[in-house]
Design a protein around this ligand. Structure first.
Ligand code: GMT
Length: 386
């Protein structure tokens, strides 16, 4: 068993996440990098190198979880391979606290790692969104998800909305602390070119950034854009990649706006920040969004957002962005046109968005909250924070 960590000394932290461009992997990797830079010993586990972990960071070790593919397995059991690796890293490194991002299957694997012979393993589960609202609600996964939440040493959710949904969906009595997502406000900052009302070209730059999963309804984004582009000179930048990207481009072609839609690949966070920095508007048409990390990144760049009124988006905006009903593209276009046709209104919305990102969601602030929680978890009873 590892010695109890002091209240101020370095911690040995294990982090588990999905490696893809999705927000939960971004948040997990950013925490890992910041913790390593602050002098903690960090071990990051995933099945692939996370998109945001591009360079070596002293103090941060990446462990790739290998899954053996036997012909018998139609579905290789990643959750077992992950549990095994967690138990190994726990023993080798003497981890004080595990932080698993996205409940399925990570929280179940953490419980299994503990049950397989490392009884001092303490883990914090962070709920991100569809692990509760979509996948977790699936009958096939609901029971193990509820079980793993109860077995977690502590649970956090990225918004009040998601914490409340978890109680409704699982009837869980486990306390759920809200620790919101965060943004690097020094990287995601307003650009030098200025907005449409001060630039020479006057063409409105509209962005959408996501993992292009069906839940994002990117087709609706393109349809709303076509209505906007019928009124004002405008260009849509589709940032990111995923299953519905080609579908969105096909809709743009059908609507006759293909020449006004760009879909540049985004290699890394810095490139994304540069593309957002001088944008005029962010559109989000998601059918559910527990938080909306890419909107927070846009807000941090001073980009006003128009989103469907879903999930945790209203609490993140707190009046700084515009909300429209799900699936109502004319309403989205009207809200966008108001901001894109009135420089004074746009300037005020841009300032409010940036101010909210800096005052409530700057990375330094939220990272400290996680660290404080890590110390509480590390010093707590295995089954729950005191
Ligand atoms: O839950 C998902 O759809 C995937 C997940 C992810 O890995 O990006 O997205 C969720 O977590 C993000 C980070 O906390 C949030 O910003 C997203 O709003 C949330 N997505 C949904 O709720 C659809």
């Amino acid at each position: 068993m590892s010695p109890s960590p002091s209240s101020a000394g370095p911690l040995r932290i294990g982090i588990v996440c999905y490696p893809t461009v999705g927000g939960s992997g971004v948040v997990a990797t950013e925490i890992a990098i910041r913790a390593a830079r602050a002098g903690h010993d960090v071990h990051l586990l995933s099945y692939g190198r996370p998109a945001r972990l591009q360079e070596a960071v002293p103090g941060l070790r990446y462990h790739e979880v290998q899954v053996s593919a036997y012909p018998l397995f139609r579905y290789p059991p990643y959750d077992l391979a992950l549990a095994t690796r967690m138990a190994e890293v726990h023993e080798e490194a003497g981890i004080d606290v595990w932080h698993v991002h996205y409940a399925i299957p990570h929280a179940v694997s953490a419980w299994l790692a503990r049950a397989m012979g490392t009884p001092d393993l303490r883990f914090l589960t962070t709920l991100h969104g569809t692990d509760i609202t979509v996948v977790g609600a699936d009958r096939a996964y609901a029971r193990p998800t509820r079980f793993a939440l109860e077995e977690s040493t502590a649970v956090t959710a990225v918004s009040r909305y998601l914490a409340d949904e978890t109680v409704i969906a699982f009837g869980s009595r486990k306390p759920i602390e809200v620790v919101p997502n965060f943004v690097d406000t020094a990287m995601f900052k307003p650009g030098v070119e200025g907005r449409y009302w001060s630039r020479g070209d006057r063409e409105r730059r509209i962005v959408h950034a996501s993992n292009f999963r069906p839940v994002k309804r990117v087709g609706d984004t393109v349809r709303a854009f076509a209505l906007i582009a019928a009124e004002l000179p405008a260009r849509l930048y589709l940032l990111g990649d995923g299953p519905d990207r080609e579908h969105a481009l096909a809709i743009a072609a059908d609507l006759g706006v293909a020449d006004r839609v760009d879909a540049p690949g985004v290699k890394n966070q810095r490139e994304l920040a540069e593309l957002l920095a001088d944008a005029d508007l962010f559109l989000s048409t998601s059918e559910t969004e527990s938080f909306g990390l890419s909107m927070l990144e846009a807000m941090s760049c001073g980009v006003p957002c128009v989103s469907t009124r879903v999930g945790g988006v209203p609490e993140v905006f707190a009046g700084t962005g515009r909300l429209v009903p799900l699936g109502d593209q004319p309403a989205m276009a009207r809200a966008a046109l108001e901001l894109l046709d009135d420089g004074e209104l746009h300037r005020a919305a841009s300032t409010a968005a940036r101010e909210r990102a800096v005052s409530e969601y700057r990375a330094e602030l939220i990272f400290e909250r996680y660290l404080e929680l890590y110390r509480r978890v590390a010093q707590s009873d295995r089954d729950g924070c005191r």
